[in-house]
Write a protein that binds this ligand. Structure first.
Ligand code: ADP
Ligand code: MG
Length: 320
């Protein structure tokens, strides 16, 4: 079982940023309005994620660390209409297989909290302690027991940058959640959770970009889209600023990227890419999110129509 867990862990947990992604998604799924992420040494030696969500009941804790245990899918049909971010029940077991995990959690209905330690899939202890409502995960020494995997990591600085970028996307994809990101004892990012996208763009990208935004708001039979695109004058040299979210998830989609880039094409030089922060809402019956364990790539059942509509909405905004 331990070996299977270690192998399975590789699919979900590739690097420190994968741990942060899974745990932040869990915090959001738990209904948190505030999430704090702290890392040291690029997340390799230390990751702490605290939330004020629903917490985990003591009896449920060991179960949550079993593979394929999730509180989020009740039936097979649910797999096709997932609205919560995580749904495979693989994250906690995968993380615990390759690190030293400390969990402190308390539900609103309980008087005391719990502290649980698990290392390399082996339970160390479960005890009762005082704790505030919500959940804190501390992940120490990622890949301490899989040196081959540890070797594949980049420098602490690069791993830290991946997490920093991930946190920017998390803040953008959940404007109603107050995030704080601390790296090596310095507060790097902080959002208010007031839901204002422009405030967030200002905080993350500064004044010049914020001044050059065009608002997008459109609703059709197929989907809804809102957010902002940058005027062509603030185009960038890489795709790092071409951000879009589908049903609250940051995902990559060839068809959406192409629609966005084709709309900008008449206005941009070669090797220039747009700045976008777009929020799509697409009926989940038209989506297939289950194509990869990390859930990054989406497939749509109505590709052509989606392409045409997105392209024309953005083109219209750019010429006005
Ligand atoms: P999944 O998110 O796919 O259900 P995970 O392995 O990520 O699977 O988490 C397992 C379970 O642990 C979740 O279904 C949830 O019940 C519980 N859980 C994990 N993190 C939290 C959290 N921050 N707050 C409350 N419950 C959590
Ligand atoms: Mg999860």
């Amino acid at each position: 079982q331990e070996t299977i867990d270690k192998i399975a862990a590789g699919e979900v947990i590739e690097r420190p940023s994968s741990v942060v992604k899974e745990l932040v998604e869990n915090a959001i799924d738990a209904g948190s309005s505030a999430v704090t992420v702290e890392i040291k040494e690029g997340g390799v030696s230390f990751i702490r994620i605290s939330d004020n969500g629903c917490g985990i009941e003591r009896e449920q804790i060991p179960l949550a660390f079993l593979r394929h245990s999730t509180s989020k899918i009740k039936s097979v049909e649910d797999l096709f209409t997932v609205t919560s971010l995580g749904f495979r029940g693989e994250a906690l077991s995968s993380i615990a297989a390759v690190s030293q995990v400390e969990l402190i959690t308390k539900t609103n209905g309980d008087f005391t909290g719990s502290r649980y330690l698990i290392e390399g899939s082996k339970e160390v202890s479960l005890e009762e302690i005082g704790a505030p409502d919500g959940t804190t995960f501390i992940i120490r020494n990622l890949f301490y027991n899989t040196p081959a995997r540890k070797k594949f990591l980049k420098s602490a600085q690069t791993e830290g940058t991946y997490i920093h970028e991930l946190m920017q996307r998390m803040i953008l994809s959940h404007p109603d959640v107050a995030f704080k990101f601390i790296m090596n004892n310095q507060v790097k990012l902080q959002s208010s959770g007031n839901g204002n996208i422009k405030d967030i763009i200002y905080h993350l990208y500064g004044r010049d970009i914020t001044k050059a935004l065009l608002p997008i708001a459109h609703e059709s039979e197929l989907f809804k889209v809102s957010g902002f695109i940058g005027k062509p004058m603030i185009s960038r040299g890489n795709r790092g600023y071409e951000l879009y979210f589908v049903n609250g998830r940051f995902i990559r989609s060839q068809i959406l990227s192409k629609a966005i880039e084709d709309a900008f094409k008449p206005f941009l030089m070669q090797h220039q890419y747009p700045f976008t922060v777009l929020y799509f809402e697409i009926d989940s019956s038209l989506l297939d999110v289950n194509v990869h364990p990390t859930k990054m790539e989406l497939r749509f059942s109505n590709q052509q129509e989606l392409y045409r509509e997105v392209q024309s909405i953005l083109s219209a905004a750019l010429v006005h």
